[in-house]
Design a protein around this ligand. Structure first.
Ligand code: HEM
Length: 714
């Protein structure tokens, strides 16, 4: 039992009992219980409570006696725990997992003939921007490589207010009317009784809903394609999805669809790779964006506009108000009007990425809505959910949401009001004058809705012009390369194999028959259906004569460059330093990166006795994390690696995922152990000299798709 101390003893103890300890590079003051104390000094400020009261000890709560109860009067402890207890806010009901960055939009040329939007009036003008990428179905802690649509939400802080383009990386959507959104999301999210599966559509409820919702078939083709497993946010497109309007100063309206085109080209991973990346690095996408920006390799997209008038909309074979349809780029070319550059990571994830509130109804003069029923519903939903998520109608006061142009309004008070007007006038009309009168409306500068003629009976109906559910699904499918078509079939087989009820699998195949007979057969075969169902009854027959649209394929739009990509170099002691250095230089010249993987993270001793530091230990840097690999072991190193399961997987996966494999001759023994010795193809490039050009040239193709024919890939 500890001896009872008097307050005099205690004061004495504070000064006498302090010791110092050295933990490698850190000199620490320790308390009597060995507790770590770091003291404020010249460089570090004094810790305070939220009220600003200096804190003497942040390691121990105030207690009655050394081993006694905690005192209720310990205001520092209570304030700290109280605040911690309330750190979480509700995650977004959809798109909970996301990652944001700051940047700017640079306008190429004035577009005043098309829109009076201030952002498009002057060539070369830069407008601050914030972008948040996200997945849809998973919770905030889910893995980045879930097969899912990616959100691509852009906030443009223009001089006439914040304009949000709240888009996705897919140009169409599952449903045509916002009233079905809760059902769609309930069906996609974990099932309500068991709360699994997480971040996956591969379950009964999702496919049950989908198979009873034929309007979703076009989107199904997109989500089963590699678009939903992007290699990185930097390598994917963005789309505003709906048809919007641009309106010029004369009041002329032009329909528009918004596109974001990545400068680095499109790239996705393959499914088997996605599954493994989720284990190896669940933060793969956010880390990629963070690293690229921190290195100064700023990701860039061009803003593209598809512009068309009422006449085109009338002529076009589908309703431009139907968000399950695209306007093919071959019919209406994408005009590139500016670039979006992301050049700054957030300072604080919560303050910026978590609290940012995008909303489709945030538009500016010169931009307007159309009657797309999905868009109209979204306009209500975002503001409504953000009140709940951010807890106050004053979320526009949070710096990330506040406009960067002058703003004045009479809305007042409420939780956490930070920007409160001065003066007496908080209403209008008023008879105060000058500044005391507060802000007043401006018919000249103010937002004017496009005066579209609207009339008709009040009805709950879906327009017949929305009834073609299969033609563009087919157009998407037939526009893909054979490799991509196989991926779609394999993804459908995978997802439907996780569906327990046979009736749902059969129903899906019945829909596929209306899209493409071969696809339906392939899926039916992959599911081992005993008999082929009849095609689903279609509201409108599939138009089989729509022209192929090469713009819809990822592989037909490759970058022919390895810029922005990463090679994983597996090295051991004795690595040929000349080759390693040459490879690093060649990749740098291409705008790509080399990352060293070694048996131990401390590094290896190279052939010339120099030390090469590693970024990853072998089982922390599997080949799924790289776009191509280089195997540079010494002879002894290769023998040692051949015994390592992680090294054999490194090689076998790189091969199975159709990656370019650069190697020294010593690596041949490793190929043998990995079982790929006899399968070497032109994706294997010997690196025995300082000339790495053949390797770089092969890397520019991104993958050796010819290998896919031999080893069928999913
Ligand atoms: C074209 C279809 C749609 C697209 C492209 C889309 C896109 C997005 C994106 C990108 C986000 C994430 C925003 C962020 O990063 O904070 C988001 C969130 C959200 N979306 Fe959608 N969405 C679509 C349809 C809908 C519909 C139909 C509704 C409801 C009627 C809806 C309701 C929501 C809600 C409630 C959030 C969470 C917003 C928040 O908490 O801040 N979305 N959506």
């Amino acid at each position: 039992m500890a001896k009872k101390r008097t307050s005099r003893d205690k004061t004495q103890r504070d000064t006498d009992d302090r010791k110092t300890a050295r933990y490698a590079d850190q000199n620490i003051t320790t308390g009597t219980g060995g507790d770590t104390h770091q003291r404020a000094n010249g460089d570090t400020p004094v810790l305070t409570t939220q009220q600003g009261t200096p804190v003497s000890d942040d390691q121990n709560s105030l207690r009655i006696g050394e081993r006694g109860p905690t005192a209720l009067e310990d205001f520092h402890f209570r304030e700290k725990i109280f605040h911690f207890d309330h750190e979480r806010i509700p995650e977004r009901v959809v798109h909970a997992r996301g990652f944001g960055a700051h940047g700017y939009f640079e306008n190429y040329q004035p577009l005043s003939d098309i829109t009076k939007a201030d952002i498009f009036q002057r060539a070369g003008e830069k407008t601050p921007a914030f972008v948040r990428f996200s997945t849809v179905a998973g919770n905030k802690g889910s893995a980045d490589l879930a097969r899912d649509v990616r959100g691509f939400a852009v906030k443009l802080y223009t001089q006439e207010g914040n304009w949000d383009i709240v888009g996705n990386n897919i140009p169409v959507f599952f449903i045509q009317d916002a009233i079905k959104f809760p059902d769609l999301i309930h069906a996609a999210k974990p099932e309500p009784d068991r709360e699994f599966p997480q971040a996956q559509t591969a379950h009964d409820n999702f496919w049950d809903f989908i198979s009873l919702t034929p309007e979703s078939m076009h989107m199904v083709m997109w989500i089963m394609s590699d678009r939903t497993i992007p290699r990185s946010f930097r390598f994917m497109e963005g789309f505003g999805v709906h048809t919007f309007r641009l309106v010029n100063a004369a009041g002329k309206s032009t329909f528009v669809k918004f596109h974001w085109k990545p400068k680095l080209g499109l790239q996705s991973v393959v499914w088997n790779e996605a599954v493994k990346i989720n284990g190896a690095d669940p933060d793969f996408h956010r880390r990629d964006l963070w690293d690229a920006i921190q290195m100064g390799d700023f990701p860039e997209w061009e803003l593209g506009l598809q512009l068309f008038d009422e006449d085109f909309a009338e002529r076009f074979g589908f309703d431009v108000l139907d968000a399950t349809k695209i306007v093919p780029e071959e019919d209406v070319p994408v005009r590139r009007v500016g670039r979006l550059v992301l050049d700054r990571c957030v300072d604080n994830f919560f303050a910026e990425t978590e609290q940012v509130a995008f909303c489709t109804q945030n538009i500016v003069p010169g931009v307007d809505f159309t009657n797309d029923p999905l868009l109209q519903g979204r306009n209500f939903s975002y503001l409504d959910t953000q009140l709940k998520r951010l807890g106050s109608p004053n979320f526009a006061h949070i710096p990330i949401n506040a406009p960067k142009c002058p703003f004045h309004y009479f809305q007042q008070d409420g939780h956490m009001a930070m920007m409160n007007p001065k003066g007496r006038a908080n209403y209008e009309p008023n008879s105060w004058s000058g500044a005391a009168a507060g802000p007043r409306e401006s018919p000249e500068k103010g937002f004017q809705s496009y005066p579209a003629d609207e009339e008709g009976p009040k009805l709950r109906v879906r327009s017949e012009t929305f009834a073609d559910h299969y033609s563009q699904a087919r157009q998407f499918y037939v526009s893909q390369t054979e490799v991509e078509q196989n991926h779609i079939a394999n993804a459908l087989i995978f997802e439907l194999s996780k569906v327990e009820r046979l009736a749902i699998r059969v129903r899906m195949v019945a829909h596929l028959l209306n899209i493409d007979t071969d696809l339906a057969k392939q899926v039916a075969d992959g599911l081992r259906l005993k008999e082929m169902p009849k095609p689903a009854d279609a509201a409108m027959p599939t138009q089989k004569n729509l022209k192929k649209s090469p713009a819809l394929s990822i592989l037909l739009n490759g970058p022919e460059s390895f810029a922005g990509r990463k090679v994983g170099a597996l090295v051991t002691d004795g690595v040929n330093i000349a080759i390693l250095k040459a490879l690093e230089a060649a990749l740098k010249a291409e705008g790509a990166l080399l990352e060293i993987i070694a048996p131990k993270v401390g590094g290896v001793e190279a052939s010339d006795g120099s030390w090469v530091e590693a970024k990853q230990k072998i089982d922390g840097g599997p080949s799924v994390l790289y776009d191509a690999v280089a195997l540079l072991p010494s002879d002894d190193g290769a023998k040692m690696l051949a015994k390592e399961p992680a090294a054999r997987d490194f090689v076998a996966d790189a091969f199975a995922h159709m990656k370019v494999i650069g190697h020294v001759k010593a690596a041949l023994s490793l190929f043998e152990k990995a079982g790929i010795s006899d399968s070497r193809d032109d994706g294997f490039i010997v690196l025995e000299s300082k000339d790495c050009s053949a390797f770089i040239a092969a890397c520019r193709k991104l993958r050796c798709w010819t290998r896919a024919a031999g080893a069928k890939q999913g």
